[in-house]
Design a protein around this ligand. Sequence first.
Ligand SMILES: [Ca+2]
Ligand SMILES: [Ca+2]
Ligand SMILES: [Ca+2]
Ligand SMILES: [Ca+2]
Length: 267
Amino acid sequence: MIDVFQLTDSLCLSLWSLSSDVDECESGDLECNIDECQTQHGSCHPFASCLNTAGSFDCTCPPGTEGTGFECQDVDECAENSSLPHNCSLLALCNNMEGSYHCICQEGFQGDGFFCEDVNECLSPLTCKGNMTCHNTPGGYNCTCTLGVTYDTACLDVDECGPLGGAPCMEHSVCKNTIGSFLCSCLPGYQPRAQGNETACEDIDECLFNSTCRGDHMCVNLLGTYRCECPDGYHEEEGACVDTDECGNGNGERALPQTDELSLPSS
Ligand SMILES: [Ca+2]
Ligand SMILES: [Ca+2]
Ligand SMILES: [Ca+2]
Ligand SMILES: [Ca+2]
């Protein structure tokens, strides 16, 4: 039986005899590899990472900084031509920080700084005051007086129908003031009719409709109204047109003018 320990001992002896000086540190023997990182962080910068390697060590500056590893300086990501350019939105402001940076959307924009979008201020009815119209713009908004309203210290309605309004409505119509504008409507008995770019009010001819007057009545159209009357030779009596007896002595006698009321040609 072969003695295993004897064999090993004899192998060691023969290896030893091949090279009298084995560098155990070169061969990766852990006992020879001093971990510099264990003692005083390998003299790396306090924020740098220290990596032990065979026979040496590496110092690496943390992200957002640059340097040898023994010295690390913040990178100003916000600076033009920075070695670590920031990733903020074009609509954001970049703020440099030690080892980092942050992005804030510019005023009038909202988002996380990497993505920013316009705030639509006009969604709130409180953004503009009364009689004003809100216009949303990128990064802002503006308020203008509603059409027909003029700005003094506030947006004030013009009373177009008032004494200083310049009588904007056409004949036979009435003017009604509204906030920001005015309305013209035809008087009773008149109807609107397009006249160029404007609307005129013309008389309604009520006599065009058969139903306007009673069957035995005659219809007389008038400006803004009409009249129903008995034809000549008839007079109204108890809701009907009755023939006038011009010759009789009773009802309907036509009063002839007295002689002295007649204008006679002078002789
Ligand atoms: Ca920085
Ligand atoms: Ca806006
Ligand atoms: Ca008005
Ligand atoms: Ca009429």
